[in-house]
Design a protein around this ligand. Structure first.
Ligand SMILES: *Cc1c(COP(=O)(O)O)cnc(C)c1O
Length: 726
């Protein structure tokens, strides 16, 4: 495999040789899902760890040598260090896991995974939401399972918008420019020692990309960066931000990700056999694969068949508006020098992106993705139904149930999202039946052992995590108060008065209108009665960002912020600023109830509810996305959405209030003499028991591997079947 790497130790001359493993560890996100590895950094100096915002690269850069020297003389530290570094080396060397047992010959067959975003850790802010976290969890789980995957994405250097709420409740966005040298990324180098830079082939005007790498356990993730001097000023901005709003810029992003991404892997000598496309943004990679084959003399039809036969496409959006459609003139501008290389004429090229039922004759990226891939899947059972209906026009001869769009329901990476304290508690009981239970975390039987955890132990752990969330919120407010950015009313709106002994609902996700963050305010008087009940009060924590161009989302946010300041709600509503990976961790561990009420069927999946459930946080959700599969009548609460647009907000809000008044609130406050609400704890156990395995990324990745990857790999190795559509 080509492409060298920076000599990392050279950058940390003050790190003693004895501790040089810390540098390798800092540059591999493996540490982020192994709490015992995290402790190695934290133990050196807690303040430095905090100041780096839990970014070990930054911490090692900033920490004075004396602190490193002091742990050198601490035998306890060194003992831990040696054990953990050993564990890390064994993990990295061990390729003999599940995948190689399944496919003994699969060892040499690499799978490539392309995605426009990855949610891995907050020190790599290359994500917007669910799609990104799904991709990040996919990589981590593939690493754990020993699946030979390489990933490609963007390095968004100005991609991260921090949310600051103005005193009037309007969202301001503060751009964080990524400090490339303090992030856990390394330059991919050429033999000459310079950073690898690739020109996107046959695209005019030319675009160049520099290549970076992130180690996600055993999985290399290559990141594309156009902000380099070789590019025009305009092209330098291509990789600045996620999902450019301007159509032309958006097209250029997708050209860079697909065609540029494929070229990078080729130049690195990575010859992957199968391609997994996460959403339609990277599908141009398929064109580049065809072009490479045509360049060696293969016919377009044969190349198309082979490339199609080795690719799977995961669709995430349940709405037609979620698809990119590029105007023909714009496509011509960039591709007129390209499609000839494929051995086809302009009409054949444009037909690949045609949506026969859409009068808009632009280039439809989802239609294109569906034509160019062999397998297609939605991300939940319900979303599968919606997607088949949405795209049936592409298969006019098939009845809707036979439209070849399947589903694999998303799952979450358990070591990332299960709180370490909860993990220790579960482990105490699970280990007695399976000491290796973490390796079998997708086995539902193991989770039945949750029943053996004493109610008191589970409840106390939950309360501890709840307390931690509240401390975190207050501490953030205290700092903001000290920086004089706040008026007293803002502190109230941002959660200063929240009380950890009160039943707490959490609502945190992107503020898109369809998610209806403000639904619970539909009947203010009724909500007021629920929150201000003197014997059984309720409070709500909101968090989430609106897309910078989404004024409707910002207005919803502002409305909630104003409500939060109203004395009528008694300080029982808090809006927490700047929802991101870190805040999500606190919230999914620490609230009592995770609430979700989008307009069905707009929530394709909704993975945050799975993260909550894994930690014993109960879901109260409309029946949409994953909850249709996850809800079993005993593990939380569900209500059917009203399908009629005229009445749905009123009746959905009423359903929500009724559940709160009649079920959620009474159950929470019906503690026994020992102070423990046993009915509630029973429900917590029910949800941990019956959702954790089924909605784990391990179950999901195994499904991809067993259902799709073997056929794709067979097609790469041997003959492909002749597929329709070529
Ligand atoms: C898990 C996660 C998401 C996706 O969950 P949804 O339920 O789709 O909102 C979004 N943002 C963050 C920070 C997450 O951790």
């Amino acid at each position: 495999m080509g492409g060298g790497q920076d000599r990392l130790m050279d950058r940390f001359p003050h790190v003693p040789e004895r501790l040089s493993g810390l540098v390798d560890l800092a540059y591999n996100l493996w540490w982020s899902w192994h709490p015992e590895a995290r402790v190695l950094f934290k133990q050196i100096n807690q303040q430095a760890w905090k100041k780096s915002i839990h970014n070990p690269v930054k911490m090692l850069q900033e920490i004075p040598r004396e602190f490193l020297d002091s742990v050198l003389s601490n035998p306890e530290y060194l003992r831990r260090y040696d054990i953990i570094m050993n564990r890390f080396s064994r993990y990295m060397a061990n390729n003999n896991r599940w995948f190689s047992e399944q496919y003994p010959r699969g060892r040499s067959l690499t799978i490539a995974y392309f995605s426009a975003e990855y949610g891995l850790h907050h020190s790599l802010p290359f994500y917007a939401g669910g799609l990104g976290f799904l991709a990040g969890d996919h990589l981590k789980e593939c690493s754990d399972l020993g699946i030979p995957l390489v990933a490609v994405g963007f390095m968004y250097s100005e991609g991260y918008l921090h949310q600051h709420i103005r005193p009037d409740g309007w969202q301001d966005n503060i751009t964080e420019v990524l400090d490339r040298d303090a992030a856990p990324i390394t330059r991919v180098l050429k033999a000459s020692g310079d950073q690898m830079v690739v020109q996107v082939p046959f695209i005019e005007p030319p675009i160049h990309v520099a290549v970076w790498k992130v180690n996600v356990g055993k999985i290399p993730l290559y990141l594309l960066d156009t902000d380099i001097p070789a590019n025009s000023l305009e092209n330098r901005t291509i990789s600045h931000r996620l999902y450019a709003e301007q159509t032309e810029q958006r097209l250029k992003q997708e050209i860079v990700l697909g065609i540029g991404g494929r070229k990078v892997l080729s130049d690195l000598g990575i010859d992957f056999s199968a391609l997994h496309l996460n959403e339609g943004h990277p599908v141009f990679a398929q064109l580049e694969r065809i072009r490479e084959r045509v360049a060696t003399g293969m016919s377009f039809a044969a190349a198309f068949n082979q490339v199609k036969g080795t690719a799977v496409f995961t669709t995430h959006t349940p709405v037609p508006a979620g698809t990119d459609i590029f105007p023909r003139d714009l496509m011509r501008k960039y591709f007129s020098g390209y499609y000839h290389q494929l051995g086809i004429d302009e009409k054949t090229f444009f037909d690949l992106g045609l949506h026969p039922c859409d009068p808009n004759d632009g280039f439809n990226m989802t239609a294109f993705a569906l034509r160019l891939t062999r397998f297609h899947n939605a991300v939940s059972k319900k979303h599968g139904e919606v997607a088949r209906e949405m795209w049936r026009c592409l298969w006019p001869d098939l009845p809707v149930q036979d439209i070849p769009i399947d589903h694999i329901t998303n799952g979450v990476h358990i070591p990332t999202w299960l709180n370490p304290r909860m993990e220790i508690l579960y482990s105490k009981y699970f280990s007695s039946v399976d000491p290796q239970w973490q390796q079998n975390r997708d086995n539902p039987e193991i989770w039945q052992m949750v029943d053996e955890i004493p109610d008191k132990a589970l409840w106390e752990e939950h309360i501890w995590l709840k307390q931690k969330l509240f401390n975190r919120i207050r501490e953030k407010k205290r700092i903001k108060w000290g920086s004089q950015l706040n008026e007293p009313g803002n502190l109230v709106a941002e959660g200063l008065m929240l009380n950890p002994s009160v039943l707490t609902l959490g609502f945190a996700r992107r503020f898109s209108a369809y998610k209806r963050a403000d639904l619970i305010f539909y009947d203010r008087a009724r909500l007021r009665r629920i929150l201000n009940n003197p014997w059984r009060p309720v409070q709500i924590i909101f968090a989430g960002k609106a897309h910078p161009a989404d004024n409707e989302g910002k207005e919803i946010l502002q409305r909630i912020y104003e409500f939060a300041q109203q004395p009528e709600f008694g300080g029982r509503i808090g809006f927490v600023e700047d929802y991101g990976e870190q805040m999500a961790q606190y919230l999914v561990h620490g609230v009592d109830v995770w609430m979700n009420n989008p307009i069905p069927p707009m929530e394709a999946c909704g993975t945050s509810g799975m993260k909550a459930s894994l930690n014993g946080v109960l879901n109260l959700s409309i029946l949409d996305g994953w909850w249709i599969e996850g809800y079993n009548g005993r593990n939380g609460w569900a209500f059917e959405g009203d399908p009629s647009p005229a009445s749905r907000d009123a009746s959905d809000a009423a359903a929500l209030y009724t559940l709160l008044e009649k079920e959620v609130v009474p159950l929470y406050y019906s503690a026994s003499l020992d102070g423990i609400p046993h009915g509630w704890v029973r429900m917590m156990k029910e949800t941990i028991k019956n959702t954790s395995a089924a909605f784990s990324a391990r179950r999901m990745v195994k499904e991809y591997v067993t259902r799709y990857y073997p056929s794709l790999l067979a097609c790469a190795e041997k003959e492909c079947p002749v597929l329709k559509g070529s």
